[in-house]
Design a protein around this ligand. Structure first.
Ligand SMILES: [Zn+2]
Length: 74
C-alpha cells in the first residue's frame, strides 16, 4: 500500500497518508480536500546521485588536441 505525501492548499499543512482506492484524502488539520500531491521522498534527490557526464573530448568528435574547431573538419 503506497504512502503519498500531500501539502494542504488551504492551511499549508504537509502530511503523509495511505490512499486506498476510491478514497479522497483530506487534510488532518482543516479537513480540506484541496491538496497538492507531492513527489515521493524516495523519488526526489535522484539527480544528485547521478554520475557526472564524462569530459567532452577535444574537438567534440575527432579528438584534435588543440581543442574545438582546431582541425579542418570542425
Ligand atoms: Zn489544511
Amino acid at each position: 500500500m503506497p504512502i503519498y505525501e500531500y501539502a494542504c492548499q488551504d492551511c499549508g499543512r504537509e502530511f503523509e497518508t495511505l490512499v486506498r482506492g476510491g478514497q479522497m484524502p483530506h487534510c488532518p488539520a482543516c479537513a480540506s480536500t484541496a491538496l497538492d500531491k507531492k513527489l515521493s521522498v524516495f523519488a526526489t534527490g535522484a539527480d544528485a546521485t547521478a554520475p557526472a557526464p564524462p569530459m567532452a573530448m577535444p574537438c567534440g568528435s575527432c579528438g584534435h588536441p588543440d581543442g574545438p574547431r582546431s582541425c579542418a573538419l570542425h
